[in-house]
Design a protein around this ligand. Structure first.
Ligand SMILES: [Mg+2]
Length: 324
């Protein structure tokens, strides 16, 4: 069977990068990696763990598992308006998960292809990796940079600010719903949203300086809006009819469940932002350059709590409990 060092050498090795731009002063082959941040910048760091049967289904393709583990971690950098630069990965996988070495090799090659392709798409260097025997799980630490003092946070929203969301909602929950009912077409738009999400890194960069607060939608719109509201000390009035549904969501779930999925489904990895009303048009223009829509879905208020979504509360709680 493949040993730990074989695995790291063959599949988890840091991608070859031009030393001048990678910021990797000392890479693989020593006890730790030495990184050089840009002068005048702050490091923005986050870690995310993806566990089989908790965060992704056991029968998901290995390539998607690799992609998704990195994508969900990068989404947190997007929410901070950070440029992604480096990541570290700790993988655990059972030694007895495969029938033979050929099956193991195929799995690791597919997993690593999904992971490295996303690294490349977002100029992120895998700066170190570790492999352990255990239930399938991937911990990814991502490191990005913002000019000092410029990171977006959850805490800047003010009463009167507009609440807006990038892209579309409900795709994560819709894709999970279809997967649980046997859909295995990886090109289905909802399955793609669930298993191959795209972190909104470029949108996050463009919103820096325009948004007053930001968070990524990982736990569900209402849950993540709750985090942002508490950090900022504001309430929210939402316009349920304005929520932008993911392509195919209404057809897959019906209208009532689609609204519940948009409010509570999670796994959408869109950005939820607040903006001074004057900045909305500028933000839309900026995001149009990276082909990302921005939809206004409500407004921050002084009155605490959330108004405008009473009808969907029951369905929202239902989705809070649904996992692979
Ligand atoms: Mg987050």
């Amino acid at each position: 069977m493949l040993g730990e060092f074989d695995l790291i050498e063959r599949f988890l090795k840091p991608a070859r990068v031009s030393a001048a731009h990678s910021g990797v002063a000392l890479g693989a082959g020593d006890d730790a990696t030495v990184l050089t941040p840009e002068p005048g910048h702050q490091l923005v760091v986050s870690v995310d763990t993806s566990l089989v049967d908790v965060h992704f289904p056991a029968d998901a393709p290995a390539e998607a598992i690799g992609h998704r583990a990195l994508a969900v971690a990068l989404s947190d950098l997007a929410a901070m308006g950070a440029r992604s630069r480096w990541c570290l990965m700790a993988l655990s996988q059972r030694h007895d998960a495969f029938a033979d070495e050929a099956a193991a090799t195929t799995w690791y090659a597919d997993f690593s292809r999904g992971f490295h392709a996303l690294c490349e798409a977002f100029d992120t260097v895998l700066a170190g990796g570790d492999v352990t025997a255990g239930a399938l799980g991937i911990s990814v630490t991502v490191m990005g940079e913002t000019p000092s003092g410029r990171a977006l946070t959850r805490a800047g929203a003010r009463p009167g600010d507009v609440i807006a969301v990038t892209g579309a909602l409900g795709g994560g929950a819709g894709g999970l719903h279809l997967w649980q009912r046997g859909e295995r077409d990886m090109t289905h738009p909802l399955v793609k949203r669930y298993l191959l999400p795209t972190p909104r890194l470029e949108a996050g960069l463009r919103l820096r300086g325009l948004a007053s607060a930001a968070i990524d939608v990982s736990d569900g719109l209402l849950a993540d809006l709750g985090h942002l509201r508490r950090a900022s000390g504001v309430g929210a009035e939402l316009d349920e009819a304005a929520l932008p549904p993911a392509a195919g969501l209404l057809e897959a779930l019906g209208e009532r469940e689609a609204v519940a999925a948009m409010l509570g489904g999670g796994d959408d990895y869109e950005l939820l932002v607040t903006l001074a009303p004057d900045n909305v048009a500028k933000a839309r223009q900026a995001l149009a350059k990276c082909d990302v829509a921005l939809t206004v879905i409500g407004r921050c208020s002084e009155q605490p709590g959330v108004r405008g979504v009473e009808a969907a509360r029951e369905g929202w709680q239902h989705f809070q409990g649904e996992r692979p």
